[in-house]
Write a protein that binds this ligand. Sequence first.
Ligand code: SAM
Ligand code: SF4
Length: 473
Amino acid sequence: METADLVVINTCAIREGAEQKVIGRQGHLARLKSANPGLRVVLTGCSVREAERDGLRRRYPAVDAFLRPDEEPELVDRLGLASAQGAIGAIGAAGSVGRTTTLGRTVVGAADSLPATRAAAVGQGSVARGSAISAWLPIIYGCDKTCTYCIVPFSRGPERSRPFDDIVDEARRLAAAGYREVTLLGQNVNSYGHDLAPEPRFAHVDAERWAGRQLDLHGRPDLAELIRAIDGLRTADGRPAIPRLRFVTSHPWDLSDRLIAALADCPSVCEHLHLPVQSGDDVVLRRMGRQYTIEHYEERLARIREAVPGITVSTDVIVGFCGETEAQFQGTLRLLEAVSYDQVFAAAYSPRPGTPATKLPDDVPPDVKRRRLNELLALQEGIGLERNRAWLGREVDVLVEGITPPRSHDHAADANAAPGAAERDPDAVALAGRSRGNKLVHLYGRPTAVGTEVAVHIDHAGPYALRGTLRLP
Ligand code: SAM
Ligand code: SF4
């Protein structure tokens, strides 16, 4: 930043701590601006919410321009990036190009322009990709769900699905460019398609929500249809052109039988599901507005495990939500044990301004939230270790993602691994990759293994990762 002419800060607003980090940087940015008067600072991401426009300048005094997430593609045009030091217009004022809509009485950005902007960028080959092996593929923007604690519907706006053919076209291009793994992205990918127009070619698609607001899901594409279409892209010898297909995030509310059948039928779909549960107690779930009960969640999971034997499952949990009693928290711990998750992403509840839950008292004291979080993480560490130990002695296909920089604690893990041929190879380096079940796997091998799928014999299991020996062909 010390030498930059333009600083773009991409923000997360899911918890207060993330926003505080950026607020805490304002002094540093202000000092940089006085040293370099040409420096411009742009803030984008979920901290830029339409309803907060007035407060943004106060909270982020060093920032010159604010762009909502749906306005990000305009960064280049609106800042005239050919000359970053040019004048910055009255962004966010009247004439703002990003469209808005209302959620209740709150004005929120709407990602109306993103599907077309994305299609144009894909057509021009100008999508920035962070990897030549794995690619993100957005399929739906925004969120229409009713989670009372969550800022996302206010920062990202309502759900906007990308056209079916645009997504399949992008997947085809990724396959042609040699990508080995594609992850379909959205706040709730299971809702894909409900806002698209019905078409005769999707006449066979039908589903019904089991609870809550009903949607007309007849004759429109859905995630199952999309997965089948991408899985159907094949090489000349009939193998999936994209060998690994993943999707995040799934809301249990819209997890249809059609989707479960597609997971079972499509060989490219990886045997891993991230299915956030948030709490193990029905009363808390109702207060959270999650629209399912634990019984429903467990029924969905049982169906998936039956359809895709051995599938790994991860989840998100919030501890210390408004009114959560000790007994309700214990219910969450019991659920973790009953499900036996491979991975849990847990956080203490953080009230977010403007969300419905701020009308409820945030009555679990911070030290209790912290204690519950630590207790949950300690329990999950044991469960994760047990799940990982089940892989010992087995051979897994690992997509090697990169070379791992050496770290001191790796030596301890190395001591547990039997030296294999790859480790004795003087050209071998430490590599890391993922199994189809999304397990992080450490191994030794030649740098040329990066980007390829290799067979690895698992010799060591920790709570968060596996270590194995490369099976040389
Ligand atoms: N749409 C996804 C879903 O429904 O799981 C992901 C949403 S959010 C980006 C990821 C996770 O952040 C949520 O699953 C939830 O556990 C957590 N989260 C959201 N709002 C939170 C809040 N106010 N306090 C603590 N955690 C929160
Ligand atoms: Fe937030 Fe719920 Fe939407 Fe996920 S589904 S982004 S938790 S409102």
